[in-house]
Write a protein of this length. Structure first.
Length: 94
């Protein structure tokens, strides 16, 4: 892989780990700092929608990146992104 292509992948990897760490810290903070069970439940329900949408974006980016390798990989990642998006809509409707 050329030097030019490895830089965006490295940036995406670091950004992904940073977002994952942020999600874990937000959840731990919500569990420990919010005392009201109703408020905690509302926060966790709303934040799960946001996290599902972040996962949808990550799967979509994987689909776009894999399109350069093979069209079948693009469709596989694309369907996973679509399934995650429908899960996020279902979570929002719940």
């Amino acid at each position: 892989m050329s030097e030019h292509r490895s830089l965006p992948l490295k940036k995406i990897t670091y950004t992904s780990f940073g977002l994952l760490l942020m999600v874990v810290l937000i959840n731990l903070g919500a569990i420990n700092l919010i005392r009201s069970t109703i408020t905690r439940a509302v926060f966790m329900d709303c934040s799960s929608i946001l996290f599902n949408l972040l996962a949808t974006v990550a799967l979509y980016l994987a689909a776009r990146r894999s399109q350069l390798i093979a069209k079948r990989l693009f469709w596989a990642w694309g369907f996973l992104a679509l399934a995650q998006l429908s899960f996020a809509f279902g979570d929002a409707a719940w």
